[in-house]
Design a protein around this ligand. Sequence first.
Ligand code: AMP
Length: 301
Amino acid sequence: MSLLVVGSVAYDSIITPQAAADEVLGGSATFFATAASHFTPVNLVAVVGDDFHHQDIAFLKDRKVSLEGLQTAPGKTFRWKGRYLENMNDRETLYTHLNVFETFKPELPLSYRNSPFVFLANIGPELQYAVMQQVTKPLFVAMDTMNFWISGAPEPLRKILSVVDGLIINDAEVKELSGESNIFVGARKIQAMGPSTLIIKKGEHGALLVHNQSYFYCPAYPVTLLYDPTGAGDTFAGGFMGYLAKIGKVDDASLRWAVVYGSALASYCVEAFGIAAIRDLSAVDIQKRVDALTAMTRLPA
Ligand code: AMP
């Protein structure tokens, strides 16, 4: 089934303790679409500037990402720069240049409006809401957000949360959004705001799925060569939503498997700069890590 994503398409500059990369293709929607494209066709809604490179368009088309909803506006593409500290978990944002996103109004082509699966990647909550007003009865809508919006746009964030089915965020954001230091209490509070399904990412410690009253925990694949964590969250979301859209169901069993697929994709993402490690994966590569993750939690009979 088709999968719609709205989010950022960006040029990222990244500094890690070992290396640096300048102006590589990134953005929440790019990581998401690249990961999800291994499972299902993706409909992308975003904006780029007139400086966006032809080869990046060609790459997305090659990955079977529909670009009918990608607007090109006069001006510069969104740019973001971040630096990771020695532990590779903490990161500081050096700049966020919204550029063409400042005036962006998402407009869904007619062919996108009945997409059964929708992901509202990390952009302003008003823009996420504008997308929800244009879709007709999707089967499952999930969203992402970040501290920038939790503290900067709490009211619009509450509004969009009240109309989605799933929220994919990290543990620090759960605490910030709920005001609770206990993650389980915080999760219940957030469920009361709207989404019945929460996926709480805990970096190298895996991901927790809270679906109605049930819990499922998936470890992170033991990556030993951590190169660049940028986009791992969006890549996780792409694997998660891509898998759900592929099988076309959102019951408890599918959600659990989707978390495992999301974790497998994210584990590849961090092994190179930008999308380099997830662009050319094969089904066998993905299955290998899915099998490894399930083996890590299997108990002897
Ligand atoms: P993550 O590592 O999952 O937080 O995702 C990093 C990606 O998000 C980068 O490719 C950035 O271009 C993009 N990004 C960073 N800040 C924002 C923002 N405020 N709005 C939208 N996208 C952003």
